[in-house]
Design a protein around this ligand. Structure first.
Ligand code: PNW
Length: 531
């Protein structure tokens, strides 16, 4: 009797678990393959891998400064002073990219390494030489370099004078980009002006989660975005006018976006999900990629209205002049997308977030389904492949079939070579991508895995590991070893498709405490009633 009930209970758990899983897939099993000229790559960022934070003339970045002055900011008490030591180990890095058989490597250049004062009065020759060496090493293996001009490491000297809230940064950033185009433009064919500007402005200026952790919400995130979008456009025009004809090449921006799924199928939740996309990724994408340009009209209306009610003299959202709208519109050859996970959206029925803040201005509520698999070291990283597919379709439709390059996608765990969960994550997300390309005709031209190797994961330090290669941070030479996921990725790149044993409905790699607990917990009272 007891055994019978226990079996019933277990069956209920399995059925419940599976029911939750099945509809997560990005599409059924197929024989789809990636187009011949589809670009495969891997991504990293200077502040997360280089180390050598004060070597050979490099000055302090806002991340160095934040960590050094506030060591408890990083959960494991670590810092990025040495990180994966790529400043000295770049030859091994290039060899790893080569082992993965990918076409292209996306890395970022450290502004304070190249321009220690932040300004172009002094160009650090050793900084320039480091990136020349790295680029030549990549080209030796026939790997195309893609450079991110800004991946969060502003020179602290520029932060001291307001950073991205200082309108002069448009000129400073343009001068910096000119130094890069002059020195590397003959060999670098892909440029990304900004990595995830929303993280910089919303979390760094409006919050405390990213450097410079200013927390001046409601005002600073809008100022930061305003200057940053002008800086992006200015660098695009510099490239387009003076460098494109010399060297060819493409330039774009990488925006971070979750997929937003309505929490329930009501008109109000559907509106909340659309509003989330328009006021988050759209905050940056609408000015650059839409036919009209400018901030999304929804955001303008919300911030203007709230500001008026809150007794501000003028809207907290600065306005672009018609000339500025035209200057920013259309300033990208591709849409770089960084995507990791999905959220459920509904309208807020009361004030949300700090007052004032972007969150409060927008007024929607974002949660995740506890049944979604995860077990990731990054608690926000739920595995929802269908969200990736829907997001690609939304971007293709909303921004007039813009060419998309997925510049980041990946999964974090607590370490180990045998990384079955990461293997499963990549398989599911690449399956969703194949369906996006072949079924939905989403205009995707490339895909980069985040990340080539374990690295300094910002406030998570070295606890959260995103690498295809394991880095032994305790070893003096930061030994790098391929994980199982590196082999999976290399096989996808080489075969242009998923391995024959891939099963779109198998999410067991993510089962374990954090997956089963939310499924099992509500069933325990039921089980108690039965026995
Ligand atoms: C990106 N989200 O950040 C960054 O570009 C990388 O430097 C970072 O290491 C990586 O992803 C992993 O965290 C993210 O809102 C920012 O879901 C935001 C989100 C995800 C990643």
């Amino acid at each position: 009797m007891e055994t019978y009930k226990l079996l019933l209970f277990l069956a209920a758990v399995i059925i419940e678990g599976n029911a939750a899983m099945i509809n997560l897939a990005g599409g059924p099993k197929s024989n789809y393959t990636f187009p011949k000229n589809f670009l495969f790559g891997v991504s990293t960022a200077a502040a997360q891998i280089e180390g050598a934070w004060n070597e050979d003339g490099k000055s302090e970045s806002i991340w160095d400064h934040l960590i050094h002055t506030n060591p408890s900011f990083v959960k494991d008490g670590s810092n990025a002073d040495v990180a994966a030591d790529s400043y000295h180990l770049y030859k091994r890095d290039a060899e790893m990219v080569h082992e993965l058989a990918v076409d292209i490597y996306r890395f970022s250049i450290s502004w304070p390494r190249v321009l220690p004062t932040g300004l172009a009065n002094y160009v650090n020759p050793l900084g320039i030489q480091y990136y020349k060496n790295l680029i030549d090493e990549l080209i030796k293996y026939n790997i195309t370099p893609m450079v991110t001009i800004y991946h969060w490491d502003l020179p602290q000297k520029l932060q001291d004078i307001g950073g991205w809230t200082n309108a002069h940064i448009v000129d400073y950033f343009t001068d910096y980009a000119k130094v890069l185009f002059d020195n590397f433009g003959d060999k670098v064919k892909y440029w990304v002006t900004f990595n995830e500007p929303m993280q910089t402005c919303l979390e760094g200026y409006g919050g405390t989660y990213r450097a410079p952790a200013l927390n001046r919400h409601g005002v600073a995130e809008y100022l930061c975005t305003h200057n940053l979008l002008k800086a992006h456009a200015s660098v695009y025009h510099l490239f387009d006018t003076n460098y494109r004809s010399l060297n060819g090449g493409k330039i774009g921006m990488s925006l971070d976006s979750n997929w937003a799924e309505p929490k329930t199928n009501t008109p109000s939740d559907r509106e909340a999900a659309e509003l989330y996309l328009r006021t988050h990724v759209g905050w940056y994408a609408h000015p650059v990629y839409s036919a009209e340009g400018n901030y999304p009209p929804e955001l303008i209306k919300l911030v203007d209205e709230k500001s008026r009610l809150q007794n501000y003299t003028r809207s907290r959202l600065p306005k672009f002049t018609p000339e500025e709208v035209a200057f920013i519109k259309g300033t990208a050859d591709f849409f770089g997308l960084n995507h990791y996970t999905t959220y459920l959206l509904s309208m807020a029925d009361k004030e949300v977030g700090a007052i004032p803040s972007h969150e409060n201005d927008v007024g929607i509520v974002r949660v995740q389904d506890p049944k979604w698999p995860s077990r990731s070291s990054s608690s926000w990283l739920k595995v929802v492949p269908f969200g990736f597919r829907r997001l690609l379709k939304w971007i293709t439709k909303t921004y007039n079939n813009v060419p998309i390059i997925v510049t980041e996608n990946g999964y974090a765990d607590f370490s180990g070579i045998d990384d079955a969960a990461r293997v499963s994550y990549y398989s599911h997300y690449l399956n969703a991508l194949l369906h996006a390309i072949h079924e939905d005709h989403s205009n995707v031209h490339g895909y980069f895995a985040w990340s080539l190797m374990d690295n300094f994961e910002w406030d998570d330090g070295y606890v959260s590991r995103f690498g295809l290669y394991l880095v032994d941070f305790k070893s003096p030479n930061k030994t790098r070893t391929a994980k199982h996921s590196a082999k999976l990725y290399a096989s996808v790149v080489t075969s242009r498709g998923l391995p024959p044993d891939y099963d779109p409905e198998d999410f067991t790699a993510f089962s374990g405490a954090s997956l089963l607990m939310p499924t099992v917990l509500p069933l325990i009272p039921l089980y108690r009633l039965m026995v």
